[in-house]
Design a protein around this ligand. Structure first.
Ligand SMILES: CC/C=C\C/C=C\C/C=C\C/C=C\C/C=C\C/C=C\CCC(=O)SCCNC(=O)CCNC(=O)[C@H](O)C(C)(C)COP(=O)(O)OP(=O)(O)OC[C@H]1O[C@@H](n2cnc3c(N)ncnc32)[C@H](O)[C@@H]1OP(=O)(O)O
Ligand SMILES: CCCCCCCCCCCCCCCC(=O)OC[C@@H](O)COP(=O)(O)O
Length: 377
């Protein structure tokens, strides 16, 4: 193990990264709250400000992936589509198998200049995660309860609000609705069988309603669907804790640009179209398993320095007062103050560990885990 790698694996270094993330995140959340009155006066300006504030938070996680762990992200795509990435609004359909798939997505957002404005159809539970969830509130992220009776109106309304969004954005949709586990896969394949659909090997059966409502409400706003399939080399199982430990992974992303006009408007036809898309995605994963690469040319954008610069800025701003505080604390000699400070540090690190837990598959929800009564046709 090299010296740098040893340094990266030290708990103290990870603690510093988490401290900067936590302290800067809360400051940014507060600044976002301060933009509230501006929404009434100049909504578009408030949105633009929030895009930049959100960048301060999400780019720290991107910096951890790109600069701290040195993870490499390779893009396989058609060079003709490449020039459009970042210059139009798009709906991104991504497989949901890895704990850091969202972070790889964010990395590509960063490289194409849409990180601050990127959006997702997220489960409601994530709205309560401090920093990220609170940041999303001001970014007009679309939340769902994964209960169609309630989601059908709320999701459509939230999507419609994005029609006059002042910056280009990518709207991420995990149509599988939950992370892949063998049990969820087995249950969803029973559903596939009952619907007479071909089985998928690498994906859960996609939930079609969210896709249909997104496409319908973003017609005229988004230009295309980016069908994205992610995998990692050498059967790596990447985790956020691994990233914090400085472990380097190799992500490969295969993206096909599909103009929105090609997607049927009728709900049933749109659902059939999505099922066919997932059968194709499954064949790309099969190709990857057999050959170690996706079909198509590699046109990888390089990582940009901005996420690192942002992290260095917040570190300089926040580590100096922390050091002063620690010196004062130790020199005060008060046992009570030291114990209280240690307790605050412990609570903060437990909080960050809980947030990281949100990304862990074995702490995932039970959605898609329950056997459903099937009407065999
Ligand atoms: C160039 C580079 C390109 C790309 C770069 C890549 C990405 C970057 C882009 C943007 C980044 C932005 C942000 C990223 C940051 C963070 C993201 C983090 C996480 C958030 C992710 C989540 O929270 S995922 C969970 C929430 N999302 C979803 O659930 C979406 C999918 N779900 C739906 O669409 C659902 O339909 C719904 C939520 C709208 C409603 O759910 P509900 O369960 O109520 O209804 P359903 O219709 O789905 O269910 C009933 C029907 O389903 C059938 N059924 C039953 N059991 C199953 C089963 N196990 N599997 C499949 N289907 C099942 C049932 O039979 C019913 O069928 P019908 O025929 O009656 O419809
Ligand atoms: C740079 C310092 C990093 C410090 C660590 C901060 C950690 C914050 C992470 C919060 C990000 C939350 C995003 C979670 C994405 C996710 O993967 O959600 C799961 C859902 O799709 C589906 O849930 P489920 O049904 O449970 O599978």
């Amino acid at each position: 193990m090299g010296l740098l790698q040893l340094l990266k694996s030290q708990f103290l270094c990870q603690l510093i990264i988490c401290y900067v993330f936590l302290a800067s995140g809360l400051i940014v959340n507060l600044l976002q709250l301060c933009t509230s009155p501006l929404w009434l006066i100049n909504k578009q300006l408030a949105r633009r400000l929030n895009v930049r504030l959100a960048y301060c938070i999400s780019s720290q996680m991107v910096a951890a992936l790109e600069w701290w762990s040195g993870t490499e992200c390779t893009l396989y795509t058609d060079p003709k589509s490449y020039s459009l990435y970042g210059n139009e609004n798009a709906i991104v359909v991504l497989n949901h198998m890895f704990e850091i798939d969202f972070l790889c997505g964010w990395t590509f957002c960063e490289r194409f200049g849409v990180l601050g404005s990127s959006k997702v159809l997220a489960k409601k539970e994530l709205a309560y995660v401090p920093i990220i969830g609170w940041m999303w509130y001001f970014l007009e992220i679309v939340f769902c309860k994964r209960k169609w009776e309630e989601d059908r109106t709320t999701v459509a309304q939230s999507l419609q609000r994005l029609q006059d969004y002042p910056e280009n954005f990518w709207f991420l949709l995990y149509c599988e609705g939950t992370r892949f586990t063998p049990k969820k896969h087995q249950i969803s394949m029973q559903v596939a069988e009952s619907k007479g659909l071909p089985k998928l090997k690498y994906h859960l059966l996609p939930r079609t309603k969210g896709f249909w409502v997104t496409v319908q409400n973003l017609r005229g706003t988004a230009a295309a669907v980016y069908d994205s399939t992610l995998n990692f080399r050498n059967n790596e199982v990447p985790t956020l804790l691994g990233i914090l430990n400085g472990k380097k992974y190799h992500a490969d992303l295969y993206v096909r640009r599909i103009p929105l006009e090609l997607i049927p408007e009728d709900e049933a036809e749109c659902a059939a179209w999505l099922h066919k898309l997932y059968q194709e995605k499954d064949s790309f994963q099969e190709h990857y398993t057999e050959t170690g690469c996706f079909p198509g040319p590699i046109v990888s954008p390089a990582r940009r320095p901005w996420s690192l610069i942002n992290w260095l800025f917040w570190s300089c701003l926040l580590l100096y007062p922390l050091a002063l505080l620690l010196i004062q604390l130790i020199s005060s000699g008060s046992v009570l103050t030291i114990v209280v400070s240690a307790a605050i540090c412990y609570a903060a690190s437990a909080g960050v560990r809980w947030m990281i837990g949100q990304t862990e598959i074995n702490r995932g929800s039970n959605y898609g885990n329950k056997e459903v009564p099937l009407n065999k046709n």
